[in-house]
Design a protein around this ligand. Structure first.
Ligand SMILES: [Zn+2]
Length: 285
């Protein structure tokens, strides 16, 4: 990894007309770190869109004076996930298809990380103190080269300072509305009153009426597509029924809803999905 001084990066960003939020403390030298074969412009070109896309979430999630050291995009259990290292902790954001951060969100204090474990090719494992693991099926090699030294330095500093906050689990769920920590097995944010879907609740609703699960995840565009697919499927069910093949029609419908309910259940188990935000707190978002 080559850490560049902050000044040339700031100059290059200005030259390229790329602005970063002045309210976020970036360590530019590590956020735009590069390998020896890369130019500064290439490093900025690669990272800037992702960093910029994270800013609305970072503005709400970061503590005062928390500094952003590193941002990259990987795949955690086949779900696109943004990894942010700060001087205090690791933040994880799910993303939508356009790589814009989207719920669920998590935070891991460095004191909760026991080992980084590069696996085969671009796979990567992070072992946590409570025995759980983050299994990245994709963590770009180039980002990994930069990630390790940046993590080690930050984790060592935190250890020297004795920062080991109490947690309910190593990877804490964050409220998707106010970004406060929501303890394990809790579905209401104490800080803002937002509520979250309980996995079984959501799965049952999806089983009964499939699109509700997708709408609950607040991904409207995906939801509309799923509704269209679902209506298409219903059309076939009616078609088979009309042809006298009612058993097959019911079987198809039940199987589809059950497998979708199972998928939704796993999604809601992964992290917190917003159910309701109290009216007076909605401005926070
Ligand atoms: Zn909250």
């Amino acid at each position: 990894m080559t850490e560049v001084a902050a000044e040339p990066i700031a100059e290059k960003l200005a030259e390229l007309n790329l602005a970063l939020s002045p309210e976020i403390h970036y360590r530019l030298g590590t956020v735009f770190s590069r390998t020896d074969s890369m130019s500064l412009e290439q490093a900025i070109g690669q990272k800037y869109p992702l960093v910029k896309a994270c800013e609305p979430v970072l503005l709400k999630a970061l503590f005062e004076r928390e500094q952003v050291l590193f941002v990259c995009l990987g795949e955690l259990r086949f779900q696109k996930t943004i990894v942010v290292l700060t001087n205090l902790r690791m933040l994880l954001f799910s993303t939508d298809r356009k790589q814009v951060p989207w719920q669920p969100y998590w935070a891991i204090y460095y004191s909760q990380i026991s080992e980084l474990q590069p696996v085969f090719m671009e796979q990567y494992k992070i072992l946590l103190k409570d025995g759980s693991k983050l299994k990245f099926n994709y963590f770009p090699l180039q980002d990994r080269q930069n990630f390790q030294p940046i993590y080690s330095e930050a984790a060592q500093r935190v250890e020297e300072e004795g920062l080991d906050p109490p947690v309910s689990q190593s990877r804490e769920n964050l409220c998707s509305n106010c970004f406060a920590t929501v303890p394990k097995e809790t579905y209401e944010c104490e800080a803002c009153g937002a509520t979250f879907w309980m996995p079984f609740d959501l799965a049952i609703r999806s089983f009964i009426w499939l699109p509700i699960g997708i709408f609950a995840m607040r991904r409207t565009r995906v939801a509309i597509r799923e509704v269209l697919i679902y209506l298409f499927l219903l059309f076939f069910v009616v078609f088979w029924q009309a042809k006298g093949n009612t058993t097959f029609a019911i079987f198809t419908l039940v199987l589809t809803n059950a497998s979708f309910g199972d998928w939704i259940y796993k999604q809601a188990k992964r992290g917190l999905l917003l159910k309701e935000i109290p009216l007076e707190k909605q401005a926070v978002n």
